[in-house]
Design a protein around this ligand. Structure first.
Ligand code: COA
Length: 174
């Protein structure tokens, strides 16, 4: 089924929906290293603290409101990696497998250069088949898998790194 969301920059009024969608994903144990729950106040503070290089977007459905969110964040504090961003995409559980994740990621790929980025990377747990497929269908390549890169509930987990160059430089160094 085709996606049908309007994508726009997140506002403080989206904090509730963003937190709910985030907490659903955290509960799966395969989407993120984040833990705990994220209520509206915490998410509002999180949104307010983000610089221009770390934009957050929501995908809005005409009937159900904000059903997805996405974000970019600098990959490193080092100047020479300033053009590399890590992406995240989260879709409400009942709205998944309808093309919305693909629409959100395609939007990030389109706007990332406006924020100074030349490459997107994603960090995806190997068990997250939907996350990996989402990246692959958007033209990301699997770089490799970091072993024991972080812990969820005290258990070491691997993370697969994916990347997509957004323009000049694609295909590697000369
Ligand atoms: C990953 C996620 C964003 C995908 O969103 P979605 O709206 O369900 O994805 P789409 O419907 O756009 O599908 C994108 C691709 O993934 C595939 N896919 C979707 N769900 C899948 C699943 N459970 N298993 C395998 N493939 C799946 C689709 O078939 C599609 O591939 P195709 O074009 O080859 O058919 C969603 O599952 C989610 O929010 N997960 C929790 C957060 C997360 O893990 N984010 C990824 C890391 S940032």
């Amino acid at each position: 089924m085709a996606a049908d969301v309007t994508i726009r920059q997140a506002t403080p009024a989206d904090a509730d929906a963003i937190g709910e969608i985030y907490d659903e994903a955290i509960a799966t144990g395969i989407a993120t290293f984040a833990s705990g729950t994220h209520g509206p106040a915490e998410r509002r503070a999180w949104l307010a603290a983000r610089p221009d290089t770390a934009p957050v977007f929501v995908g809005e459905d005409p009937a159900d409101g904000a059903i997805a969110w996405s974000a970019l964040a600098p990959y490193s504090h080092r100047d020479w990696y300033s053009g590399v961003a890590e992406y995240t995409v989260y879709v409400r559980t009942e709205a998944r497998a309808r093309g919305i994740g693909a629409q959100m990621l395609s939007h990030l790929i389109g706007i990332a250069p406006d924020h100074g980025y030349w490459k997107l990377v994603g960090m995806i747990l190997p068990e997250n088949t939907a996350g990996l497929r989402l990246a692959e269908q958007a033209g990301f390549r699997v770089v490799g898998t970091h072993e024991a890169h972080g812990r969820i509930d005290g258990r070491w987990r691997n993370v697969t790194l994916v990347e997509r160059h957004l323009g000049a430089g694609e295909g590697g160094s000369a």
